[in-house]
Design a protein around this ligand. Sequence first.
Ligand SMILES: [Zn+2]
Length: 262
Amino acid sequence: MTLDVYLSPHFDDAVLSCGGAIARASDAGADSLVMTTFGGAMPDGFVPGSLVRSLHARSGVLTNLVAERGREDEVALRLLGASGTFLDYPVASYRVLPDGRAPDSRALWRDLNPDDERLVWAILADVAPRIAAEATIHAPIGLGGHVDHRIVRRVGQALADQGRRVVWYEDLPYAARSSRRVLADTTANLSPVLRLLSSDQLARKVRAVAAYSTQVRLIWGWQFLMAWELRRYARRVGGGTPAEREWTHARRESGPVTPSPG
Ligand SMILES: [Zn+2]
């Protein structure tokens, strides 16, 4: 039985943000399921604007970047010992805006428009029946403000409102680049949960993230810069011990809690 379900806006978010904890769960014999919500191909008839043309050119994938990232995701999840599934909603860069325009890069960091609001409820209706009642659902807290992450955060909130157990993971690499003030505002009224990692678990996470070579090229340019940033973040949140951090509505009693496994 899968007890940990990760809602991942894109192929890579769950592994980037929680890959160490997924490896830890696998070491303990527990299965994790990564459910990617925006795994759809570019819709027929979508005319790429400058954003998509640039993303495709810079990633080195000229036709369908999301499909390529799905193949990378299979490799990454295999390395971590996790299962994966995806919904075929198109990513924000493949969705036209309400006025019919293709989005530019600024439009990816928007507040939800009415089409995005409808997506929250459509995705909720898709994922809720697929998740066992006793599962812990890990959802992005929305650091960075990408509209797809905001949508999935809202899905997580709706699941929490239904009484599901939901915890919020810090979206990487945005979390590593967020100011203390942004982190404090985003996590107001929540309590941190540190998930301590062995050096081997952190190393496996970095290897798994390296499998998303198109994304590493876009975000960091070089694999070693990705490894450096993820390792630095892990040591910082763990106070010297590698860790990942989630946030929960549960009241903190005496310092960070480290649940086991995963
Ligand atoms: Zn993402």
